[in-house]
Design a protein around this ligand. Structure first.
Ligand SMILES: Cc1cc2nc3c(=O)[nH]c(=O)nc-3n(C[C@H](O)[C@H](O)[C@H](O)COP(=O)(O)OP(=O)(O)OC[C@H]3O[C@@H](n4cnc5c(N)ncnc54)[C@H](O)[C@@H]3O)c2cc1C
Length: 645
């Protein structure tokens, strides 16, 4: 699926500028922009979140998507060096920015942009200020009032704005309240009706230079009579080009509208979890290969599992190159592998709760899985939350995430075309990153703290033999260096790194434009600290027992990278996910925990049957009694689980 397809796509610089300016002047709505690219896993991960927020805030903010591969100038104007990057604009100016796949951060950014816009959606009219002074301080002349008013207008520093509005109006109002103990009346600057008419106007218009003379818009030519059509025979080349661009855009927009509607039919939206009065039998936390394999097995066993995980996540999402070692999968990238698995699980009846789990309450039975927005009661839990990238923890690293420091070469590599980049690490991920970057960067230097690679032989050999990859053995990164971007001084961009030779202790400064950190992963298990026992020998990993996926808590199982300090592969994770589903099913059988909803419904029907007139003399002797079988059917359902598996 191509994530760029949305009706809010920006194709040109000028289109974006017009949009931001228009909303500053005519609607007061903030603009939230998603700088992304198609091959980037975290961008794919954030795409549904961005879309969800765009829907949530549809009348309160404008959400646009900018493909960094297509609209280069905008990316460089805002010094975007990592994707996804989200930037909010208010009143024609950049208000906020962050890079990375942070759902909470994006929510926060959108919500604070909307709050700010609502707070600033006020106007103080000249008449209102004059009236105010008349009651509070009649000594003020009209000239005094005009001067105060003009100061407020000037504070907005926007020549197009000639009224006392927004933050300036709020400030003036606060100052006057302090002085006179009451404030002048502020009224909304833009009403819902204003905003809607502006937005609808937009939709009706074709965008590129549609109002300019000569080439009329394609929309116009469709809706109006023949006389409105431009006379293309007499048009200049420039006018013809404009007309062509307008027509192309109108066609693209129509296509995107249709695509956007189709996207709402995504499997995950159709298979969302809904709370019920009965506990779930299996709740799986994590939507990577382990979680999804567990979901497929449990779903095929009729256990109707719930998969709780943010929409699209996991380590394979960051793998833009093909997964070459998963049997049966040929020529497919990491995100595509996971997407296929999810569709398969949904087709067997797995349901999805697109949330992050915060905690598991084991103090009562059923267990309670607590997310940001829901509490799921469940008899069993399968922990499959995988692992997260490690960071170096050196000076400059945190500050320059999004400005040249990255853990995703496939996502951010294209920003460093023809430049010098560093890759830190000695495992498979570092090798893959170096090979990906070597396709476009001028030089790639691997910084490795030992004198041999830990990576697989094949990959290590490819790297060692590559003409544009250099290796600095026995070297560590001490600090990432940077300077303010020329385009956006609020942003620091990488200019180099201080490297230390661990054998001699000497440090050097190595100039570079980016540092890709590939130093392994840590299991995502913090949220179950104190809930289940951890592996004593391998920090952060969950302890499983007796060659199974059972953990220290009955009913909780662990699969995939969270419980595997050795193999950590997609195939081994999927295998242990399947094992966890089998273990959970066995546990349910041993504990006599069946499908309570089906049993309850069967019991209800049985009671209803008993209340019905007896067969004798009722004339119902020959009628098939569906209720008589209901109990055994429900029981059979539960028992058939084992057979199916
Ligand atoms: C760049 C890269 C390339 C790789 N290439 C390969 C390869 O080619 N072949 C191969 O076999 N392996 C590869 N691997 C390793 C492989 O991706 C992992 O072994 C595998 O993904 C582990 O699967 P998992 O399901 O255990 O965890 P993950 O895939 O990490 O999935 C974890 C899931 O849990 C979710 N989650 C995390 N915390 C929470 C929470 N609190 N609440 C809810 N959900 C949560 C995540 O969103 C995600 O859905 C690669 C790894 C990386 C990083």
């Amino acid at each position: 699926m191509n994530i760029q397809l949305t009706k809010n796509q920006i194709y040109w610089n000028s289109e974006f500028d017009r949009l931001v300016e228009k909303h500053a002047r005519s609607t007061g709505l903030p603009v939230v922009a998603d700088f992304y690219s198609d091959g980037c896993g975290p961008c794919r991960m954030m795409a549904p979140v961005f879309k969800k927020l765009a829907k949530e805030y549809q009348d309160k903010a404008v959400f646009v998507k900018i493909d960094t591969n297509q609209v280069h100038q905008l990316s460089s104007r805002y010094s975007v060096r990592s994707i996804p990057t989200f930037i909010s604009f208010y009143n024609g100016k950049k208000a906020n920015e962050f890079s990375g796949a942070g759902e909470q951060q994006l929510r926060q950014m959108a919500s604070s942009a909307v709050d700010q816009a609502e707070y600033e959606n006020v106007v103080l009219t000249r008449e209102s200020l004059a009236e105010y002074y008349q009651t509070q301080d009649p000594s003020k002349t009209q000239e005094n009032v005009d001067s105060v008013y003009q100061k407020c207008v000037d504070m907005m520093k926007n020549k197009q704005i000639t009224d006392c509005v927004g933050a300036a109006a709020q400030k003036l109002s606060r100052n006057l309240r302090k002085k006179y103990k009451s404030a002048p009346t502020l009224v909304p600057r833009f009403t819902e009706v204003d905003r809607q008419s502006k937005t609808n106007n937009d939709k009706a218009k074709a965008k590129p230079d549609s109002s300019s003379a000569g080439a009329s818009t394609s929309t116009k030519s469709k809706s109006s009579g023949a006389s409105d059509k431009p006379n293309l025979n007499l048009a200049t080349i420039e006018e013809l080009e404009k007309e062509l661009a307008a027509r192309r855009e109108a066609m693209a927009e129509a296509e995107l509208e249709a695509q956007d509607e189709d996207e709402d039919e995504d499997a995950e939206f159709q298979h969302g979890w809904a709370p019920s009065d009965f506990p779930e039998r299996v709740t799986i936390i994590g939507g990577g290969p382990a979680g999804i394999a567990a979901a497929i097995y449990a779903a095929r066993a009729g256990l109707e599992p719930v998969v709780v995980a943010p929409p699209m996540g996991g380590q394979l999402q960051g793998k833009g190159v093909d997964v070459e070692n998963y049997p049966g999968m040929v020529n497919v990238t990491g995100p595509a592998v996971v997407a296929t698995m999810r569709t398969q699980a949904a087709s067997f009846g797995a349901v999805f709760e697109a949330e992050t789990v915060l905690n598991i309450d084991t103090s009562t039975r059923p267990l309670k899985v607590i997310t940001n927005t829901s509490t799921i009661e469940t008899h069993t839990v399968i922990l499959a939350t995988g692992a997260e990238s490690n960071w170096l923890g050196v000076k400059g690293e945190w500050e320059m995430r999004g400005g040249g420091v990255s853990t995703c070469a496939t996502c951010d590599g294209h920003f460093y075309k023809d430049t010098h980049v560093l890759v830190v690490g000695g495992g498979d991920t570092a090798m893959e990153d170096a090979l990906v970057l070597a396709r476009t960067s001028k030089t790639v230097t691997i910084i490795h703290r030992r004198d041999t690679f830990r990576a697989s032989k094949v990959l290590a050999q490819r790297v060692i033999e590559h003409p544009s990859i250099k290796i600095k053995w026995n070297t560590t990164v001490e600090e990432v260096l940077g300077e303010a971007s020329a385009n956006d001084p609020s942003k620091q961009l990488v200019t180099g790194a201080i490297l230390k030779d661990v054998t001699t202790g000497k440090s050097i400064t190595q100039p570079c434009e980016a540092v890709f950190v590939a130093i392994g992963h840590t299991p995502t298990t913090k949220f179950v600290e104190g809930v289940v026992e951890f592996d004593m020998k391998h920090s952060g990993y969950i302890q499983t027992f007796e060659g199974s996926t059972r953990t220290s808590v009955p009913g909780i199982f662990a699969a995939g990278d969270v419980a595997d300090s050795i193999y950590r592969q997609a195939i081994t994770s999927a295998g242990s996910g399947a094992a966890a589903a089998l273990d959970a099913e066995r546990y349910l059988s041993e504990e006599g925990l069946g499908n309570e909803q089906a049993e309850f419904e069967a019991e209800l029907l049985r009671e209803m049957m008993e209340d019905m007139p007896s067969k004798a003399g009722s004339g119902l002797d020959d009628v098939y009694n569906v209720y008589a079988d209901a109990g055994s059917a429900a029981k059979g359902y539960k028992e058939s689980v084992g057979a199916e598996l």
